[in-house]
Design a binder for this molecule. Structure first.
Ligand SMILES: O=c1ccn([C@@H]2O[C@H](COP(=O)(O)OP(=O)(O)O[C@H]3O[C@@H](CO)[C@H](O)[C@H]3O)[C@@H](O)[C@H]2O)c(=O)[nH]1
Ligand SMILES: [Mn+2]
Length: 361
């Protein structure tokens, strides 16, 4: 059994956000690690369905009726019938940190057979600096038993604040539909004991299944886009958010880490359903990636909100010709920020970050 700290780390500063269309029995397995934290459950699909939450958990639950009531017309920016709806939980939270996990992700075991307290590892990742400006070949230098290696500039060893901690998955890996179809039996059995900072200027495919972030310094950019019902695309919610946050983190001098912790992803979603959701994204992304790779933000974008609004303008100007969907998405990005600022009025003030950048309070 993994050690569970007597007073859980960041107990009153972190919310756990779970998007769901099913009962939350999976929480029984996470009870030792999650029970002391507040949960924000975003119920997708039919709002009349009753979602059962195991006894003893402190939670708030929002269904589509709640989202419409709280946001009014701005609810149009929150996806329906897609796990992208989870970002509503980020918006209504009042905490400094968020951990989001899918309801088919269970506690994994490390090579010694101990249960992995994924939340504890994400918190460690978020509370220690990142090193995006120079790659450390011994991976995360701030971990127990590691350090900066010879030749690593001392001027860079203080690192920068970590905005995102991206965890991985044993058993069912987060494959796209074509890969799922050609490798239906493939399981991820490889436990890699590493956490690393994704270098500045490098994008990555962010998966929302096992993800934590500092809501105060990057939350407003964690919009999971327009997916699901009525939209031409799905399963690119977390990817879109990951590309936006990485461009903004690079601009503001913030870090993104990937690697530990692992969760056990218990089931594969239907590859044929996934292919229908993904297929446009598979060819669109050949234009989206060059857009994000070349995206630059002006110096006066010193808060996440300013960066995000500027990015939405560039999306509209440069991706509108790929498909009208991106014009709609650019508008939804603005609506998201308006809704965020409405629900988080103090968010418009900002505190200075290193390099003159600023983060939302
Ligand atoms: O319409 C829906 C479908 C599902 N959910 C909830 O979202 C998560 C993920 O659902 P599921 O595990 O069935 O799907 P995966 O393909 O494994 O999800 C991964 O692909 C990404 C697609 O966006 C996603 O970020 C990954 O997690 C569960 O909690 C479902 O209950 C939903 O809310 N609405
Ligand atoms: Mn899943």
């Amino acid at each position: 059994m993994a050690s569970t700290p007597s007073v859980p780390l960041l107990k009153d500063e972190l919310d756990i956000v779970i998007p769901t269309i099913r009962n939350l029995d999976f929480l029984e397995m996470w009870r030792p690690f999650f029970e002391k934290y507040h949960l924000i459950i975003v119920q997708d699909g039919d709002p009349t369905k009753v979602i059962k939450v195991p006894e003893g958990f402190d939670y708030e639950l929002y269904n589509r009726n709640d989202i419409n009531r709280i946001l009014g017309p701005k609810a149009s920016c929150i996806s329906f019938k897609d796990s992208a709806c989870r970002c509503f939980g980020y918006m209504v939270s009042k905490k400094k940190y968020i951990y989001t996990i899918d309801d088919d992700c269970f506690v994994a075991k490390d090579p010694t057979g101990r249960d992995i307290n994924a939340l504890e590892q994400h918190i460690k990742n978020l509370l220690s600096p990142s090193s995006p400006f120079f790659f450390n070949t011994l991976y995360d230098p701030y971990r127990e038993g590691a350090d900066f290696v010879r030749g690593y500039p001392f001027s860079l060893r203080e690192g920068v604040p970590t905005a995102v901690s991206h965890g991985l998955w044993l058993n069912i890996p987060d494959y796209d539909a074509p890969t799922q179809l050609v490798k239906p039996l493939e399981r991820n059995t490889r436990y890699v004991d590493a956490v690393m900072t994704i270098p500045k200027g490098t994008l990555f495919p962010m998966c929302g299944m096992n993800l934590a972030f500092n809501r105060e310094i990057i939350g407003p950019a964690m919009y999971f886009g327009l997916m699901g019902d009525g939209q031409p695309i799905g399963r690119y919610d977390d990817m879109w958010a990951g590309w936006c946050i990485k461009v903004i983190c690079d601009h503001l001098g913030l870090g993104v880490k990937t690697g530990l912790p692992y969760i056990w992803h218990s089931k594969a979603s239907n590859p044929f359903v996934n292919l229908k959701k993904e297929y446009k994204g598979i060819y669109w992304q050949e234009e989206l990636i060059p857009f994000f790779q070349s995206a630059t933000l002006p110096k006066d974008c010193t808060t996440v909100q300013k960066c995000y609004i500027e990015l939405s303008k560039q999306v509209k100007a440069k991706l509108g010709k790929v498909d009208d969907y991106f014009i709609k998405l650019a508008d939804a990005m603005v609506t998201w920020i308006e809704a965020w600022d409405e629900l988080n009025p103090s968010a418009e003030k900002s505190t200075e970050l290193p390099n003159g950048a600023a983060a939302a309070k």
